[in-house]
Design a binder for this molecule. Structure first.
Ligand code: ACO
Length: 346
């Protein structure tokens, strides 16, 4: 896959004196995982599969499932509250809320508006962003634009999914892969601080059919037929998705590293989209990364789409793995097709 190139900004993140201008810092991160754990063993009661198959093909051991009365907006709001608490930010300080999700509570109003109401961020504008598993990196880059342009001081970026509601629990090809959860980050300009150095986003709409939910929109509105044909569930061509994921993630990672003029060996942590252990290993191998650079938590949560790298970033930060000044490479891939990567100096 050939990625469109953009003008290259030559920024060396290790050279602090080149950082004269405004920066987009990550003030804090947070996450929320629903309590209910669904193990591989439990899935063998639903479809013809085994813990051995799921583990060897994906690396996933268990995933979280939200309660019936717990919606994407609730998961998102809990992750936001966690980030606000860790960053010492009040709801009134938030200027903008961006929620990346493919499982909004409803088509409208946006989940971001629902979150605004739940957390009491009455001064914030709010909108949703749909870029599937790439959503959090898309949201980070968009949030960064508002910080750098001085339009807003505080942007709350959330990736949140209740994927369990769009999974066909009779389809063993897909139901073993996904889980529910949310992650959040608060972006601000913090003088003389570190932050998001660069990010890239990409898309290829010609391959949209590889991973989609056919019904529920204007093309196939809900009807008896759409329900009978199970069109309100996620569908995926796993093999093709796999190949495209590896290619796009490697190209996106190389693009942002080149822009920052850093070599993969200078990256302290790589946080890849947590879809499949084999995709992560293939990307790591091609980028010539060492295993210890890769952050992996998909064994516990499966693929949480837009929430995936946000949850991982919070887990890495909370566990003390991230040290100030560390270079983090986030790289994602999702339906659309979409992809993206970001370099952060922590
Ligand atoms: N248990 C047991 N057998 C299964 C299961 C299961 N859960 N699922 C599929 N199989 C069977 C298939 O039916 C097939 O059987 P057959 O040969 O008799 O037809 C066999 O296992 C092999 O299937 P493959 O599709 O060849 O398995 P593969 O090695 O490709 O792994 C997988 C499948 C895990 C889905 C892989 O292709 C993958 O991870 N793809 C990428 C998926 C992904 O990352 N999606 C998310 C993208 S991000 C987003 O936007 C949501």
């Amino acid at each position: 896959m050939t990625l469109p190139t953009r003008p290259v900004e030559f920024v060396n993140p290790r050279a602090a004196n080149e950082f004269k201008a405004r920066t987009c810092s990550i003030r804090s991160v947070g996450s929320y995982l629903p309590e209910k754990v669904l193990t591989n063993e439990a899935i063998t009661k639903l479809v013809d599969t085994s813990d051995e198959w799921i583990t060897s093909r994906t690396g996933i051991k268990e995933r979280r499932i939200a309660a019936e009365d717990e919606f994407t907006s609730d998961l998102a709001a809990n992750a936001a509250r966690d980030a606000m608490k860790k960053g010492g930010i009040t709801a009134e300080e938030i200027d903008l809320i961006i929620v990346a999700t493919i499982t909004p509570d409803m088509l409208f109003p946006s989940t971001a508006c629902l979150v605004q109401q739940i957390i009491g961020a009455k001064n914030a504008a709010a909108f949703d962003l749909e870029a599937a598993c790439s959503g959090f990196v898309y949201a980070l880059e968009i949030g960064q634009q508002f910080i750098m342009s001085q339009t807003y001081n505080t942007v709350l970026v959330i990736g949140a999914e209740k994927l369990s509601t769009i999974i066909d629990w009779e389809d063993r090809n897909t139901c073993v892969l996904f889980g529910d959860g949310a992650g959040a980050a608060i972006l601000q300009n913090i003088p003389n601080s570190h932050g998001l150095l660069t990010a890239t986003m990409g898309a290829d709409g010609s391959k949209g059919e590889l991973l989609c939910m056919p019904a529920g929109g204007s093309k196939i509105p809900a009807s008896g037929d759409s329900l009978k044909n199970r069109l309100h569930y996620l569908r995926m061509d796993g093999k093709e998705t796999f190949k495209n994921a590896v290619n796009a993630m490697c190209s996106a990672a190389r693009e942002v590293l080149q822009r920052c003029q850093i070599d993969i060996s200078q990256v302290d942590h790589i946080i890849p989209h947590q879809a499949n252990q084999r995709i992560i290993s293939a990307v790591g191998d091609r980028l010539k990364a060492k295993e210890e650079q890769l952050f992996i938590n998909l064994d516990k949560y499966g693929n949480t789409s837009a929430a995936s790298v946000a949850i991982a970033l919070d887990e890495a930060a909370t566990s003390g793995r991230l040290k100030r000044g560390d270079i983090i490479l986030i790289v994602v891939f999702g339906a659309g097709l979409t992809w993206g990567a970001a370099v952060i100096e922590w």
